[in-house]
Design a protein around this ligand. Structure first.
Ligand code: FAD
Length: 238
């Protein structure tokens, strides 16, 4: 079913990494947009061309939202966001999607994101923090190619420092080439089996976001570790 169309104004469009723009959008008409952390919007990026983007910001203020857009794919969506300038108006529809943390999620929340697949996970994690995560255990695996692709890295490090007993952040680089990276290397599909204990699979609801291939491989790893397939929630970007 078609959702309401919103008019918004870009107030800033900043590079989070060398290839990912964060577009800050302020609602114009209607002036408020209600959504749940993890949902996405569709944006007409050219005549007759719609692209979907997860909301990267938490639903703390219905007057604005932020999108994190990788411009590497190079198609009409990438071009639209690479050229989006402060003051420019755009339209979007939404919110769409059931990729949200439901109240009946199990106590351990496992988040696995690759590339801009981190966007809805960031929204969920910041929203959970706001709602109080003391009773939750959260593990976040974030896979990118290079160190400078790690958007929101400082924010996740700060959360891990603030909640050392409950929030575990594991960034991993598949191409650490010469970056003196002290952390994990390899794709999430090799790091997860090594670092996630079988005991962790119990009582876990997982949220995976990224490519079709990653979603499929990580799902099989988690199910192989004893997780119920129904507890693996997925959002496929490409
Ligand atoms: C529910 C949903 C939410 C999404 N949220 C986001 C988001 O928050 N941020 C974001 O950057 N993208 C997101 N996407 C992807 C986005 O909708 C577009 O596919 C992307 O911007 C490419 O569009 P384009 O017109 O530039 O390229 P196109 O010409 O449409 O695509 C070029 C090729 O790139 C592939 N591709 C698309 N995205 C990527 C990617 N990130 N990395 C590698 N290959 C890719 C496509 O499958 C295609 O083969 C989401 C997709 C879906 C379905």
């Amino acid at each position: 079913m078609a959702k309401e169309t919103y008019a918004a104004r870009c107030t800033a469009n900043v590079l989070l990494t060398p290839r990912v723009y964060e577009a800050h959008l302020e609602l114009v008409d209607p002036p408020r947009f209600a959504f749940k952390a993890g949902q996405f919007v569709t944006v007409p990026v050219a005549e007759g061309v719609l692209r979907s983007y997860s909301i990267a910001s938490p639903p703390e203020d219905p007057a604005w939202l932020k999108l994190a857009v990788d411009i590497q794919p190079g198609g009409p969506g990438s071009r639209f966001f690479a050229e989006l300038a402060p003051g420019q108006d755009l339209k979007f529809q939404g919110p769409y999607g059931a990729f949200v943390v439901r109240d009946d999620a199990l106590p351990h929340l496992l988040f696995v994101g690759t590339g801009t697949g981190i966007a809805p996970l960031r929204s969920m994690i910041l929203d959970l923090e706001k709602r109080g995560i003391a009773h939750r255990r959260i593990t976040l695996f974030f896979g990118v190619r290079f160190a400078d692709d790690l958007m929101y890295h400082d924010e996740f490090l700060a959360l891990a420092a603030k909640y050392p007993a409950t929030f575990t952040y594991i960034p991993t680089l598949s191409r650490p080439d010469g970056s003196h990276w002290p952390g994990e290397t390899g794709r999430v599909t090799t790091v997860i089996p090594r670092l996630l204990k079988e005991a962790d699979a119990e009582g876990t609801t997982a949220y995976l976001c990224g490519s079709k291939e990653m979603l499929k491989e990580v799902t099989e790893i988690l199910v192989g570790m004893g997780m119920d397939r129904k507890q693996v929630k997925k959002e496929q970007f490409w």
